[in-house]
Design a protein around this ligand. Structure first.
Ligand SMILES: Nc1nc2c(ncn2[C@@H]2O[C@H](COP(=O)(O)OP(=O)(O)OP(=O)(O)O)[C@@H](O)[C@H]2O)c(=O)[nH]1
Ligand SMILES: [Zn+2]
Length: 310
């Protein structure tokens, strides 16, 4: 449910507890429990035994200590990329989150909030849908239960969702409305919150409910809101697959697409098939990723050397 210094809070059937986070046979920096993990523990005493294989993992270099990796959330199925139908709407920002989702292997859904405040919300839907073919886009008023109910399918039993988006776009509002979709469930959540009042732990997993059997999970950890672009080359290539396909047509394999002859990327821009702004966004993201990835690689080399010295 959440991670604290050396301890994790866990939940199971009829069980809520805080236990040590150390696994008996840890095999690497990613082999420790994080929010969203399935953990096997001993029936008596709850000593951790092992983690079940993850379907996805969000991670980043630990803030203030590049030698460590911080695990942010595991087993997320759907990432709500939240943005609002106003000045916050920014294609480049949506693309960045999209790259992260593709890299981690979670299903991205662009959630456009504040539909009720815009005169032309359909324009935002159209612009977001054009980013990548097949991209799911949902238009909502985050304060309206009926409107938010259109996201219920992503929040069903067995599903885990997480949210990203800049400040003020309506993430907390959406979370509150999602959690309130089912009154009975909310009641239950409040009761258990009440029980936990004496603990200082922040809940980072919320049960979403609709119907007697309950619903999925919502991950709301602060780290999700501060994700970075590093080692996401595969994600960039997926989001900009049209440009990647073009680069393969350039005469030179190391073409910089600036002044080389027979450059398919420039040809595509001249013919109007590719817009220069999109090309520019791709270039910036690729550059940012390769810079950050170089830093990450240097860190790994440092760590390996450190280990050899010891
Ligand atoms: N009219 C309208 N207002 C909304 C909607 N979604 C959010 N708001 C309002 O927008 C403001 C900011 O919403 P928050 O939910 O706090 O935004 P946030 O993304 O959680 O912001 P941070 O906590 O800073 O990351 C609040 O005043 C909300 O009531 C919406 O769909 N329609
Ligand atoms: Zn080229």
């Amino acid at each position: 449910m959440s991670v604290h210094r050396g301890k994790i809070s866990v939940a199971g059937e009829g069980l809520e507890a805080s236990i040590p986070s150390i696994l008996p046979a840890s095999s690497g920096p990613e082999d420790r429990p994080t929010v969203g993990d399935w953990l096997l523990a001993e029936r008596d005493g709850l000593a951790p035994v092992r983690l079940l294989e993850r379907s996805s993992l969000f991670k980043r270099p630990a803030p203030g200590d590049d030698n460590r990796i911080q695990l942010i959330a595991a087993n997320v199925d759907t990432l709500f990329i939240v943005t609002s139908c106003n000045a916050d709407f920014n294609i480049a920002r949506i693309e960045r989150y999209l790259v992260l989702a593709r890299e981690v292997g979670v299903r991205p859904v662009v959630v456009l909030t504040k539909a009720d405040l815009s005169d032309s919300p359909a324009d935002f839907v159209e612009a977001a849908s054009a980013i990548q073919s097949g991209l799911q886009v949902e238009l909502i008023n985050g304060r309206d239960r009926q409107s938010v109910a259109q996201l219920a399918d992503f929040c069903r039993l067995g599903e885990t969702v997480a949210l990203v988006g800049s400040s003020g776009v309506g993430k907390s509002t959406l979370i509150n409305t999602l959690r309130n979709l089912d009154e009975i469930e909310t009641q239950a959540v409040r009761e258990s919150d009440g029980k936990g009042l004496h603990t200082t732990s922040v809940r980072t997993m919320h049960r979403l409910g609709s119907g007697a059997e309950g619903g999925g999970w919502l991950v709301d950890t602060p780290g999700m809101r501060e994700l970075q672009m590093s080692e996401v080359a595969a994600g960039v290539a997926e989001v900009f697959d049209d440009i990647v396909a073009l680069t393969l047509e350039c005469r030179f394999t190391n073409c910089s697409h600036s002044d080389e002859p027979a450059c398919a990327v420039r040809d595509a821009m001249e013919s109007g098939q590719l817009t220069p702004i999109r090309f520019d966004r791709w270039r910036k993201l690729s550059l940012e990723d390769s810079t950050n990835s170089d830093i990450a690689e240097a860190r790994r080399v440092r760590m390996t050397k450190g280990r050899r010295r010891r």
